[in-house]
Ligand binder design. Structure first.
Ligand SMILES: NC(=O)c1ccc[n+]([C@@H]2O[C@H](COP(=O)([O-])OP(=O)(O)OC[C@H]3O[C@@H](n4cnc5c(N)ncnc54)[C@H](OP(=O)(O)O)[C@@H]3O)[C@@H](O)[C@H]2O)c1
Length: 261
């Protein structure tokens, strides 16, 4: 493993407060270098958890996120991992155990999104979306299972409003996310009573992309809350499930300002 595949920063100068709800817990967030994954990672670190994030291509963002995570006085590590590759997932989980000593929380966040007309979707595109969005969360969960069982842990899958509502130009994406929603329910039953499994399904989340400004303006008008969501609001929903009673399991929580109603 090269240094560029792995960043770890410990900040012993800043002790974590015992009052923080996730003090003493460890969390793994796939695809946590930027955007929603980073927002969830920061929320969990702020709540006191030691955090491992995975990245695939975004090494620089991962390094910056690790540094930001440690500002909350927690341990943080970034690991390169391709969630579609069994070998890569196995070695990432091994590394999490070595770095953080175990695992209480898994956030299956990494995924891909693509717009394509139904008749233009190739087999390669279809399979690639399912490999990252559906097989990925399955693989990471399966490999993390022994660690999570030991700690009576929690899994949060990132679904999508697109897994609840049919978007005509996203047949592969919507189907892959609907599968994640079902995977959440199956896992909640299969992994009980040790592990609680839930899913956050974001709606229209404006992360400030300039190219999407007019699209987001249009979507805000159609949303009962008259605006799009933020990364922090998705992170708050993730934090809710992570800190919720273990009795809450198998749930899909749409965070969409009401646009899916
Ligand atoms: N943003 C939204 O409005 C929205 C709406 C509905 C649902 N969601 C869901 O919420 C989650 C986060 O959304 P997002 O927009 O922040 O996601 P994103 O930016 O599209 O992707 C998050 C990360 O996933 C990683 N990734 C992709 N393929 C991977 C692979 N094969 N192996 C390992 N990592 C891989 C990428 O890491 P690298 O950059 O390091 O390559 C990427 O940074 C996703 O599950 C998404 O489907 C988002």
């Amino acid at each position: 493993m090269q240094w560029s595949d792995h960043f770890a920063v410990y900040n012993p100068a800043m002790p974590s407060s015992n009052l923080k709800p996730l003090h003493g817990k460890t969390a793994l967030i796939t695809g946590g270098a930027k955007r929603l994954g980073r927002a969830s990672a920061l929320a969990l670190a702020e709540a006191g958890a030691d955090v491992a994030i995975t990245f695939r291509n975004s090494a620089q963002d991962a390094q910056a996120t690790v540094i930001d995570l440690t500002s909350f006085g927690v341990r943080a590590v970034a690991l390169r991992c391709d969630i579609t590759e069994e070998k890569s997932v196995k070695s990432a989980i091994k590394e999490v155990k070595r770095e953080l000593g175990g695992l209480d929380i898994l956030i299956n966040n990494a995924a891909n999104y693509e717009t394509a007309n139904f008749e233009d979707i190739t087999v390669k595109q279809w399979d690639a979306i399912f490999a990252s969005n559906t097989r990925g969360p399955f693989l990471v969960s399966r490999e993390a299972l022994p660690l999570l069982r030991k700690r009576k842990g929690k899994i949060v899958n990132m679904g999508s409003l697109g897994g609840l509502r049919p978007w005509a130009t996203h047949a592969h994406y919507c189907s892959s996310k609907a599968a994640v929603h079902m995977l959440t329910k199956v896992m909640a039953k299969a992994l009980a009573p040790e592990i609680a499994v839930n899913c956050v399904a974001p709606g229209m989340i404006d992360l400030g992309e300039k190219a999407a400004t007019s699209f987001f303006k249009k979507m805000a008008k159609q949303t009962p809350m008259l605006r799009n969501g933020t990364g922090e609001e998705i992170a708050a929903a993730v934090l809710f499930f992570v800190t919720a009673p273990h009795f809450i399991t198998g749930q899909i929580l749409a965070v969409d300002g009401g646009i899916g109603l």
